[in-house]
Design a protein around this ligand. Structure first.
Ligand code: NAG
Ligand code: NAG
Ligand code: NAG
Length: 778
């Protein structure tokens, strides 16, 4: 019976259309400068004045006690000035969430669109998709505010720390291990959420919602073998800071124009991030021209005294963070100790005023001091924009575009749509919303489970395989084997969940937990045909045994795919979508755990056997490479044009360094004029041909490597991603893709002093298995 396809379409339309109904009373959103009160006569309410002046006026009216009370995330109302309370802490990692304190789903709006966890969205390598998602999140957030269900519009996302170590419990929140990807993800997210255009630069002062680049900086260890992020002192080299840890933050601020930064718990080279003047003021504000507010991570001020012992007293800790440039604390340490810090003359009023100026400027930019918000640019966004058909379609697209096909022997996938019998087996086979949404989730509009997704295509039986979820210490292998024997196809749904990887919990094991591997082997041996393994996890797992098992015909990685993940996976498995996602992280073998997680060095150290980290520096064996991902079709590349095959950089002085008795000539990027960098742009045009018979969306990844990696001991990357684009290519069609590269940005490497340099020599641009050389002289 040829029912499945159209039936599936109906099911999916049902899920997309079955939106909640809006009733319940509407509450008044909190705002200042109501025309019915006295406040319009205050200068801070005067919309014709510059925002700086308005904020100054407001701050000048506050008493010391009122000022101190405003320096924490839960900022109280100031009734005599008509100012409502404000909550700085809200979350929107992959959808408007009630994980912070600023958003409530207890009124007209009961839910918001839950997009896939970031690591899966990243796998699409599609910045435009990232932008569309965060723009939607920003609009849904405004709708929640307008419905009177938000007490703040400052969201503490994106998380743009590089996913340095596969064990990190929060790696799932990031765009993966590459700094350029995190930079582009951060920029796209911030522009979308704040209401800027995709290209940027359209945003004036007005904010749709405020984004926050976190966690500044070098934060990527949560809780590993008893050592936690609160006490961890990350030893980071200048070289690694310059080309790995800092670039995402620099882009998030300079290009994204983020209005918030969060300083991280950990110390970097002895100094707590929130107490680091060099980091917060010199780097972010002065060098990168950051003009927003800086919040601490939650509880990050108290630990400076109480856990790190960096400050001798509570008052010293508070003095340190304000001197460094922090503006607001998530927590209540300031509530308790700021007044005594002032009386002890450790905390100058001028620094308090600076912080308040930054904080009220954001609230004014959000339009919260302009009277009734229904009249404002974002004031008309209504509840009908939340969980709309378009939002849900985007959530579905994001899940589909991220899913990565890792193995497909003899084209086992896609499975036929001829109504086969299917067994869905495994601890994640009927995963609940807790698994599908990863962490920092809200309330999904209408989550579709995998089982529901599959039932649209095939007669599906289910067996959990393990009694205790992904931990799988207790397995029902024999039962699962019996189920497997009776069906046409078996899909094993394995992987992790938040019990295995989460905030405050890094993994200590990189394989599949418990008896999962045994379950796969036994079921695969019993099944009529090779089985399909679907992995739900944020961080990578070592699945070498499944990779080389002939009885495992297909492997798919689906991250944590969000509320329409069940539909997306079913569409991929049954061929209604051609997968095109690529891994945003290296998949390491199990024995990578012998590398201490605390070792922050990116570069390999052959002398001590340290293998380095991520595709840029790691020299050891891999289970799957960064950027790996198959599809149901084949793509080929052809160079159409390369603007230069040689490049001579004749400006500024040439420097020399000696390495292994070879002299290397180089230029310092900081000595090259901005216009020199601009005039030396390289352009590459490629033809991408789809040689299969299915249309697909295909990310094109452009890497560069040095022709002779002579400097590797000194830390030059094996290769570096310099550009990526996702293109739709129909069967048999060729699509042209162009990249513009700046030698200053894309051919430079960080030297040991942390300066970016361009070395003389040959370079190769790499796309797929093609390499195109260019010779650089200086
Ligand atoms: C929603 O929750 C907030 C915070 O707990 C509360 O102040 C508010 O009154 C609630 N609203 C409704 C309509 O229940
Ligand atoms: C699958 O999970 C859903 C929601 O958690 C539950 O209602 C349903 O009973 C489960 N299905 C099976 C077959 O166990
Ligand atoms: C430097 O190179 C540019 C273009 O490659 C050329 O126009 C210019 O004359 C050169 N300057 C010197 C001093 O060689």
């Amino acid at each position: 019976m040829a029912l499945p396809h159209s039936f599936a379409t109906i099911i999916i339309s049902f899920f997309l259309l079955n939106l909640h109904h809006h009733h319940a009373e509407s509450t008044r959103p909190p705002y200042s400068c109501d025309s019915s009160s006295n406040s319009p006569y205050y200068s801070f309410c005067n919309t014709k004045l510059p925002i700086t002046k308005r904020a100054q006026d407001l701050v000048s009216r506050l008493t010391l006690d009122e000022k101190l009370a405003q320096l924490v995330n839960t900022a109280p109302a100031i009734p005599r000035l008509g100012i409502p309370s404000y909550q700085w802490w809200s979350e929107a990692l992959h959808g408007v969430a009630d994980a912070g304190f600023g958003i409530r789903f207890n009124g007209t709006i009961k839910s918001a669109t839950s997009f896939p966890q970031v690591i899966l969205t990243a796998a699409s390598f599609d910045p435009n998709l990232w932008y569309q998602i965060s723009k939607t999140i920003g609009r849904e957030a405004r709708a929640v505010y307008n419905a009177g269900q938000a007490t703040g519009m400052t969201f503490w996302a994106p998380n743009i720390n590089v996913f340095r170590d596969p064990r990190w419990g929060r790696g799932q929140e990031t765009a993966g291990e590459d700094p350029l990807m995190n930079a582009k993800y951060g920029v796209a997210y911030v522009r979308g959420l704040q209401g800027d255009s995709f290209e940027g630069g359209k945003l004036a002062e007005r904010l749709q919602a405020s984004a926050c680049c976190k966690h500044f900086t070098a934060y990527d260890l949560d809780q590993w073998k008893g050592l936690d992020r609160f006490v961890f002192d990350a030893r980071v080299t200048s070289q690694d800071l310059a080309d790995t840890y800092q670039p995402p933050f620099q882009s998030c601020i300079e290009q994204g124009r983020a209005s918030g930064i969060m300083c991280a718990y950990n110390r970097v080279n002895g100094v707590p991030n929130c107490a680091d003047f060099n980091l917060l003021t010199k780097t972010a504000r002065q060098q990168w021209k950051f003009d927003g507010y800086i919040t601490s991570d939650c509880g990050a001020v108290s630990i400076i005294h109480e856990k790190q012992g960096y400050a001798k007293t509570a008052e010293d800790a508070i003095a340190d963070v304000f001197r460094a440039g922090m503006d607001v604390e998530c927590g209540d340490y300031i509530t308790k100790h700021a007044k005594s810090a002032v009386f002890q003359k450790k905390l100058p009023i001028s620094q308090i005023d600076r912080a308040l100026q930054n904080l009220f400027s954001i609230r004014i930019r959000l339009g919260l001091f302009d009277g009734n918000p229904t009249k404002l640019p974002f004031g008309t966004i209504g509840p009908n924009e939340v969980c709309s058909k378009q939002s849900l379609q985007l959530a579905l697209e994001a899940a589909r575009d991220g899913i990565v096909l890792l193995k497909n022997t003899n084209s086992l996938l896609p499975l036929p749509k001829t109504n086969p019998t299917i067994a869905l087996i495994g601890p994640n086979a009927n995963a609940s919303s807790k698994v599908f949404l990863g962490n920092y989730y809200g309330r999904p509009c209408n989550l579709v489970t995998l089982l529901q997704g599959f039932e649209g295509y095939a007669k599906t039986v289910y067996h959990p395989g393990c009694d205790d979820g992904p931990q799988c210490a207790y397995a029902q292998i024999e039962e699962a084997v019996e189920v497997a024997k009776k069906v046409d196809y078996v899909v094993l749904v394995m992987g992790l969940d938040q019990s295995q990887e989460r905030e405050s919990h890094d993994r200590e094991y990189l394989g599949l937990p418990g008896k999962q591997e045994e379950l796969i082997k036994s079921v695969a041996r019993a099944a009529k045909r090779p089985v399909v393994v679907v992995l739900l996890c944020g961080g990578p797992v070592d699945i070498t045994s499944a990779k080389f098992d002939d009885k495992v015909g297909g492997i798919l990685w689906a991250g944590y795919p969000g509320e329409l993940g069940g539909v997306a996976l079913a569409q991929v498995v049954f061929g209604d979508h051609n997968p095109g996602g690529k891994l945003p992280i290296t998949w390491y073998p199990k024995d990578f755990i012998k590398v201490p997680m605390t070792d922050m060095r990116m570069r390999a150290d052959p002398a001590s056997g340290y293998p380095g980290r991520t595709y840029r520096f790691y020299t050891g064996p891999k289970v799957y490479e960064f950027g790996y991902g198959l599809s149901y079709t084949k793509y080929s590349y052809k160079l159409l044009s390369l603007s230069h095959s040689t490049l001579h950089i004749n400006q500024s002085s040439t420097h020399l360094m000696t390495q292994n008795s070879e002299t290397i000539r180089y230029k310092l990027v900081s000595e090259l004029a901005e216009e020199t960098c601009q005039t030396m742009l390289l352009s590459i045009a490629l033809g991408v041909t789809n040689r299969g018979n299915l249309a697909g969306k295909h990310p094109v990844l452009l890497f560069v490597r040095q022709g002779k990696v002579r400097n590797i001991n000194n830390g030059n990357p094996v290769k570096q991603l310099v550009g990526f684009q996702s293109v739709k290519v129909n069967a048999g069609e060729t699509v042209q893709v162009g990249f513009e590269l700046s030698p200053c940005e894309h051919l430079s490497v960080a030297n040991e002093a942390g300066s970016m340099v361009i070395e003389e020599g040959s370079y190769l641009f790499i796309v797929g298995d093609q390499e195109y050389p260019i010779e650089v002289t200086v």
